[in-house]
Design a protein around this ligand. Structure first.
Ligand code: MCA
Length: 336
């Protein structure tokens, strides 16, 4: 439940933080059924009274053709990777741009650096969630508020935005000092009121003193930059879309002949991360990996369908009997 107050406060902060200015033109290429495309991009432009160049689909070549008419671009890392694959991406193509912003998934340092080399622009990475809109951002420009810490630092998501309180806690609920890794919790005028008609879940996800537990794991460096190192929830972020392994496993387990399954995220050059399914057949049953994927395609949105499927004899388990997804990730992450 996001209120108008949540969204307006965040949009105002972003307008100031990213220095939206008269004459800005947004190149809009993201789906408008997510906070990134719908709120951060569209509402940023609307609040600034800005023109948008509206693309129905992300086509790298079309984007490059139109880019000289734009000043602001927002994308998930996959879009930057795909633009980098275009020979036409260079300083000339990006000459009128003021700002490139990335979010929704981790931007690899290689992408950040290659973008700098090819275009001369430094991508500004920020961090947010549907529940909170935007939480942190790398700085737009040198700013007295942050002394020397005014660079856009690759691999980090920058500073908590004005008005956002962000802390890192261990499992016992103790706030951790700079540099130590723990659960990221936030509070601020942008944070939602709770999950719609889910009071239990809402209670679980907030602390007694009103901080929202993001489920992301990270640290705050001594100079204030926030870095996300992982997440506590079992979640795959593929091309900027959230994919919940438990949902996919639930579908696989209903298929004929399947005893059990585990879905894990493995690295992918294009989507950052993609799902891989590892399946165990019922005794005596014949299960075919390609058929499983074909069946899933009829049941799920395409982006949720694992890119690969393996039928194996057993799943690695720890002493408690829990599937060791980390082992599956490292094993299947190296097979392409
Ligand atoms: C498409 N496919 C995918 C994905 N997208 N598979 C995994 N992950 C994906 N993200 C499937 C297609 O259905 C197709 O399957 C095959 O992969 C190849 O698709 P392709 O043509 O390459 O895909 P596309 O249509 O060009 O889409 C790629 C995309 C898109 C443009 C990167 O995924 C996208 O727009 N992502 C952005 C999502 C986003 O806005 N996220 C923000 C949410 P087949 O071959 O079987 O047909 S997060 C958010 O809002 C928070 C608050 C935040 O902080 O921003």
């Amino acid at each position: 439940m996001l209120s108008h107050g949540n969204l307006l406060s965040n949009a105002r902060v972003l307008k100031d933080y990213w220095a939206w200015q008269p004459g800005d033109v947004l190149m809009h290429v993201l789906p408008i059924f997510h906070v990134h495309g719908l709120f951060v991009a569209v509402h940023g432009a609307l609040l600034n009274g800005s023109k948008m160049i509206w693309m129905a689909k992300f086509e790298p070549r079309q984007v490059l053709q139109k880019l000289p008419e734009a000043t602001v671009f927002m994308g998930v890392p996959t879009l930057y990777v795909r633009l980098l694959a275009e020979p036409g991406l260079d300083r000339q193509a990006t000459r009128n741009m003021r700002l490139f912003i990335a979010g929704s998934a981790p931007l690899l340092i290689e992408t950040f650096r290659e973008w700098q080399t090819r275009t001369g622009h430094t991508i500004l990475e920020r961090y947010g969630m549907s529940e909170t809109a935007m939480l942190t951002s790398n700085p737009y420009a040198p700013d007295a508020r942050y002394g020397n810490q005014s660079e856009r630092r690759g691999g980090t998501v920058g500073f908590p935005l004005p008005g956002v309180q962000l802390r890192v806690q261990d499992d016992a609920g103790t706030s951790l000092p700079a540099g130590q890794v723990g659960g990221i919790q936030v509070k601020g005028p942008n944070v939602f009121a709770g999950y719609w008609r889910m009071p239990e879940k809402t209670r679980e996800e907030f602390t007694a003193d009103g901080f929202f537990k993001t489920g992301d794991v990270g640290r705050i460096d001594s100079d204030g930059y926030v870095t996300i190192v992982g997440r506590s929830k079992d979640l795959i972020i593929s091309g900027g879309y959230n994919v919940y392994p438990a949902e996919i496993e639930g579908y696989i387990n209903t298929l004929p002949g399947v005893a059990e399954s585990a879905v894990v995220g493995v690295p992918d050059v294009d989507f950052g991360e993609v799902g891989v399914a590892v399946v165990i057949a019922k005794p005596g049953a014949q299960v075919d990996a390609a058929k499983i994927l074909a069946a899933l395609k009829t049941m799920l949105a395409n982006f949720k369908v694992p890119k690969r499927c393996y039928v194996v004899q057993e799943l690695p388990r720890n002493a408690m009997g829990k599937v060791q997804k980390n082992l599956l990730r490292s094993h299947y992450g190296s097979e392409t």
